[in-house]
Design a protein. Structure first.
Length: 416
């Protein structure tokens, strides 16, 4: 049975909440949500649609706003935005059951309305119109909605087209994959592809989503691991994940995790080194206990001036203790959910642990490659165990943004 998925996003959410509280129209007022104490370098967490229409982007810096554009700044109030988010979620739950709703972020949700259309005697498009109208009536907020036969196409329809429609709704079907999805360029406009991945793909001559779809999926898997396969599948409109599955994960028994509070603000361009170092730590723990993980979790906490953050998980096709596979998963989660705010806390967790009694291969894995990585990791782990964790570190540990050498000293240089 074909699914009917809605991806609903609250337009310019933080800025719109501030406007509703002040009884002003976000489509007519030049308001920016940012921390004025941080000066011209402050991140613009949100701007009103009025400013967006003038070319001002959210999640830039204040100094990037053209000098000829007048605006005023309000500090972020995360507790206020959470209250508005709860109100909107309660509206969704007036239409569907909790298990058919996935809260993607504070301002975005996925709804599976497949089994409700007959009950309401409406098409998915008509039901989306009702929900968006109810949101505006009850909260004063404006929302946009993408509709699709799976989560991916609903999300991309919302990101790419819905914002351009007068009523804020766009519907994509599988027939739109070649006609619309493949046309997306630059690549960073596609859900899940960030600037780092875009640069790597561009070096391969891949400039559009259609280029990914036509590329050899085995080569993408070799280059980018699990992320490469997902890139190819998404480029071809394939997404077998369901909202029920996304809601079903609960940590089982034992899990390994590692987190740290950072001594300064990190952003997309430098937090990667922190994530890599934390993945190394938890993977070493996996190997020391002869375990493999089936679930990866990434937690990002924003600075106190902003508040909030996110924690999301992804389920792997097969258990693994491979640093590359786990790192690919963490970066995939990061690119999907990070929205540009300053980062002060990072956490990596590995769950649904199983004993490593055998090697489970996917269709794209080579046994000799896995054995080579396993042997290499055993040698590294043994050196660290005998001579201390800082006896063998990657060159990146010498970079200014690295914290691994100092953290190794604090948690015990000779522990496993």
């Amino acid at each position: 049975m074909e699914k009917h998925i809605l991806s609903i996003d609250l337009k310019s959410f933080f800025a719109s909440c501030e406007c509703v509280e002040r009884n002003i129209d976000p489509f007519k007022v030049p308001l920016v949500v940012a921390n004025p104490k941080q000066g011209e370098g402050a991140i613009t967490l949100a701007v009103t649609p009025y400013l967006k229409a003038q070319g001002v982007k959210s999640r830039g810096r204040l100094f990037e706003i053209p000098k000829n554009i007048k605006y005023y700044i309000v500090p972020p109030r995360m507790s206020l935005y959470i209250e508005y988010s709860k109100k909107v979620i309660s509206i969704y739950l007036d239409y569907i059951a909790k298990e058919d709703l996935f809260v993607y972020s504070i301002d975005e949700c996925f709804l599976d309305v497949t089994s409700y259309l007959k009950m309401y005697k409406k098409t998915d498009y008509e039901l989306a119109m009702d929900i968006l109208k109810k949101i505006e009536e009850k909260t004063g907020l404006t929302a946009t909605c993408g509709i699709g036969p799976n989560i991916l196409l609903a999300k991309v329809a919302m990101d790419i087209e819905a914002k351009l429609e007068k009523n804020g709704i766009a519907k994509w079907n599988f027939e739109d994959v070649k006609r619309k999805l493949w046309m997306i360029a630059p690549l960073s406009k596609m859900w899940g592809i960030g600037p780092r991945m875009e640069k790597k793909l561009n070096l391969l001559g891949i400039k559009s989503v259609g280029d990914i779809a036509r590329y050899d999926k085995n080569k993408l898997k070799d280059l980018f691991g699990v992320m490469g396969l997902e890139l190819w599948e998404h480029a071809n409109g394939i997404d077998n994940s369901t909202i029920k599955e996304m809601n079903s994960y609960k940590p089982k028994d034992k899990s390994y995790s590692n987190s740290q509070v950072l001594f300064k603000d990190y952003y997309r361009d430098n937090v990667g080194i922190i994530i890599k170092e934390m993945v190394e730590v938890v993977c070493r723990r996996l190997r020391a206990n002869n375990k493999q993980a089936c679930v990866i979790g990434l937690a990002i906490g924003y600075s106190k001036s902003i508040g909030g953050g996110f924690y999301h998980v992804m389920k792997l096709d097969a258990p693994t203790d491979s640093e590359k596979t786990i790192l690919d998963g963490c970066f995939l989660l990061f690119e999907r959910f990070y929205k540009g705010a300053p980062i002060r806390k990072v956490g990596v967790s590995l769950g649904n642990l199983v004993n490593k009694n055998s090697v489970q291969l996917s269709l794209f894995d080579k046994l000799e490659d896995l054995e080579l990585e396993d042997e290499k990791n055993k040698i590294i782990d043994e050196i660290k165990k005998q001579f201390g964790k800082n006896s063998l570190v990657k060159a990146s540990a010498l970079l200014e943004d690295s914290t691994i050498k100092e953290r190794n000293k604090k948690i015990g240089g000779h522990s496993a």
